[in-house]
Design a protein around this ligand. Structure first.
Ligand code: BES
Ligand code: MN
Ligand code: ZN
Length: 506
């Protein structure tokens, strides 16, 4: 993403391809002389007429593009609707709508005019949070999956966006807050785009070894410490879960560990663990063919953790993190795990594998143990763990299972501030019994009922009583149809929530 986002009136008149004006329904229905931002009386009148004819209402995210036919030096004015007191989500969505709108105009440079009520963030938002949300919306709204084609991509991309306070309002003293918010939003959105690009990458172009190389490159760029355990080191460490899942594939598994130490004297160490199944066929418990291609996204949890580490590496907050990505390809073959096999995880616990398609929890078990061995004191795992979570929460909210109400609430609030809803499911001890096994300490599937909860509780066993939150992004990591600031395909869900946990905005 090379979009330059700036604040303030540039010294020399910047050539803009479009001016963006924020409007509200109330602003259009009143006898508002400045309905289109007061740029030109004829444009203001034109927008009022559209409203009178019922053609444009200025509803949230509703766009209308007016050609300026020589009235202004800029060829287009783009009106975008906002709620009366928009919150950060409303601003992020509006900015994403702008990004898509100006893309269809092939605009390279845009200016977004900030009336005073927006400059201050309005009633729903602090100025810095407003700036962050808008820059996130622009960058995330612009981002889409890049096809791998013979022909190169077309080059009509947005290059610069300037937020310009409307006349006389520079004196409000908000420049620092806006600049900080735009900087933070750019870093956050960049982390999400990185996560989306990893997740959208096809399985043949992102094997566990290649994911490990990506992590090493990320670590080198951001001066983080990185260890990658290959299948031989994993065997030495007894990682039976990771090795079991990976053994059916020609591409061997890897355990990736990134370390970030921003507070050496602090005993608290976050353990972030992301499921990194680069492709999930289901293994011997083979999935049906229809839609299986979406299982390239089964490393969405890994992508969120790496994307968040990218943000952390830039912001350098005063906390400690050990980020762990167990990564494998789940394939059927003569060497693959079979239903009924019993494996021994790194923690020493044995598992009866009744379904090889419940592979995420097997690699995450060793991921949690690895994080704990490397010093983690509180754990968050992110995983495209179940299809069942989609039945419960759709593609709207991430499902959570936890053993610690305090940490759960902290994570839930970070999600709320990021516009990434998280909904906790109950974790009554009675559910655990569904995992009882005749053949081992537990089995990897507890039946059809409450599949997201039993999947979570399986993983929670490996948290060893440390505070732990499991985030099931099975419904939110991938969208079949774009929505708001999320396009079709990978969303990068939980990247910003993790980064917000590491560096809270309040
Ligand atoms: N990666 C899948 C879960 C998934 C499926 C996420 C579809 C998003 C969309 C996971 O490994 C899996 O296969 N889970 C099984 C668990 C079952 C065997 C208990 C599932 O959800 O069917
Ligand atoms: Mn599976
Ligand atoms: Zn899976």
């Amino acid at each position: 993403m090379s979009l330059q986002i700036t604040y303030g009136n540039p010294k020399h008149e910047m050539e803009a391809d479009a001016l963006v004006v924020f409007v509200t329904e109330a602003g259009l229905s009143e006898e508002n002389a400045q309905a289109a931002g007061g740029l030109h009386p004829q444009l203001d009148a034109a927008v009022r007429q559209l409203r009178e004819r019922g053609l444009y209402h200025g509803k949230p995210e509703e766009l209308y593009t007016l050609p300026t036919v020589g009235l202004l030096p800029t060829p287009f004015v783009v009106c975008v609707g906002l709620a009366a007191e928009p919150d950060a989500d409303g601003l992020r969505s509006a900015a994403a709508a702008v990004a898509r709108g100006v893309r269809s105009l092939k605009a390279r440079h845009i200016r977004l005019l900030l009336p005073e009520w927006l400059l201050t963030g309005g009633a729903g938002c602090e100025p810095q949070a407003a700036a962050q949300a808008m820059s996130e919306g622009l960058i995330l709204g612009l981002h889409s999956r890049e096809a791998i084609r013979r022909e190169g991509k077309e080059a009509d991309a947005l290059e610069s966006a300037a937020f310009v306070p409307q006349s006389g309002q520079e004196a409000l003293g908000l420049a620092a807050a806006w600049e900080a918010g735009l900087r933070r939003g750019t870093i956050f959105a960049d982390g999400v785009c990185y996560a989306r690009e990893l997740t959208n990458r096809p399985g043949n172009l992102l094997t566990p070894e290649q994911l490990a190389e990506e992590a090493e490159q990320l670590a080198a760029e951001l001066e983080l410490e990185c260890e990658v355990l290959d299948e031989w080191s994993a065997a030495e460490q007894g990682m039976g879960g990771l090795l079991g899942v990976g053994q059916g594939s020609a591409h061997p598994p890897r355990m990736i560990v990134l370390h970030y130490q921003g507070a050496p004297d602090d005993k608290t160490v976050w353990g972030w663990v992301g499921k990194g199944i680069t492709f999930d066929t289901g293994g011997i418990s083979l999935k049906k063919a229809a839609g299986m291609e979406e299982m390239i996204s089964d490393m969405g949890g890994a992508a969120a953790v790496l994307g968040a580490m990218r943000i952390v590496g830039k912001l350098r907050p005063a906390i400690n993190i050990v980020a762990v990505v167990p990564t494998a390809e789940n394939m059927p073959s003569d060497r693959a795990l079979k239903p009924g096999d019993v494996i021994t995880t790194m923690s020493g616990r044995t598992v009866e594998v009744v379904n090889t398609d419940a592979e995420g929890r097997l690699v995450l078990a060793d991921g949690l143990t690895t994080a704990i061995q490397r010093g983690a004191t509180q754990l968050v795992d992110v995983a495209t763990l179940t299809g069942a979570v989609m039945v419960a929460l759709g593609d709207v909210a991430t499902g959570a299972v936890s053993n610690h109400p305090g940490l759960m609430e902290t994570v839930r609030q970070a999600g709320e501030r990021s516009g990434e809803p998280i909904w906790e499911l109950p974790s009554y001890p009675v559910y655990r019994r569904q995992l009882d096994s005749d053949a081992a300490d537990m089995k990897n599937v507890g039946g059809r009922l409450a599949g997201t909860i039993t999947g979570g509780l399986f993983i929670g066993t490996f948290a060893e009583e440390l505070p732990w939150v499991h985030l099931d992004i099975g419904g939110t990591a991938w969208l079949s149809k774009g929505r708001g600031w999320e396009g079709k395909g990978a969303t990068g869900a939980m990247t910003r929530t993790l980064a917000e946990l590491a560096s809270p905005s309040r």
